[in-house]
Design a protein. Structure first.
Length: 143
């Protein structure tokens, strides 16, 4: 895709905080790729910093829909080709739309790389552009 990246390999982790330590990044720079169901058979990727959670009202308003949901693990794997905890917008079975939280703009982030114990460090702006995605305010700080 013509973007610069680093692959970071680390051991098993059990939380976002552990993954951030293992990769040597701040929790906010460890970005979860969440699969959201927009309609039957229609999904999108939402890139969410490790210290934040999806704001469903903000995301619904942005997309102009009244209902969104998270698919179960088997459905997410079927839609992306990746198991939960390894999902990345790169190389998905289908190139679903990508929305990155505004707080990732201008930062170097670490995304899942398709297998456990592997991260992909990349510039958020370059990644979102390469994926044809967009930035939007779609999260709130985790409690």
């Amino acid at each position: 895709m013509g973007i610069e990246f680093d692959v970071v390999r680390h051991g098993p982790v059990n939380s976002v905080a552990e993954a951030a330590v293992a990769q040597g990044v701040e929790v906010r720079d460890l970005v979860k790729t969440l699969v959201v169901r927009r309609a039957e058979g229609e999904y999108l990727f939402v890139l969410v910093p490790g210290d934040r959670a999806i704001s469903w009202p903000k995301l619904r308003a942005l997309l102009g829909v009244s209902r969104l949901s998270m698919p179960d693990a088997a459905t997410a794997k079927e839609a992306t080709g990746y198991e939960r905890g390894t999902i990345t917008p790169f190389g998905s079975r289908r190139p679903w739309p990508v929305i990155a939280d505004e707080t990732t703009r201008g930062r170097t982030i670490s995304l899942g790389a398709g297998e456990r114990g592997v991260g992909l460090r990349v510039g958020a702006d370059a990644a979102v552009k390469a994926l044809g995605g967009s930035f939007a305010d779609v999260t709130d700080l985790s409690s």
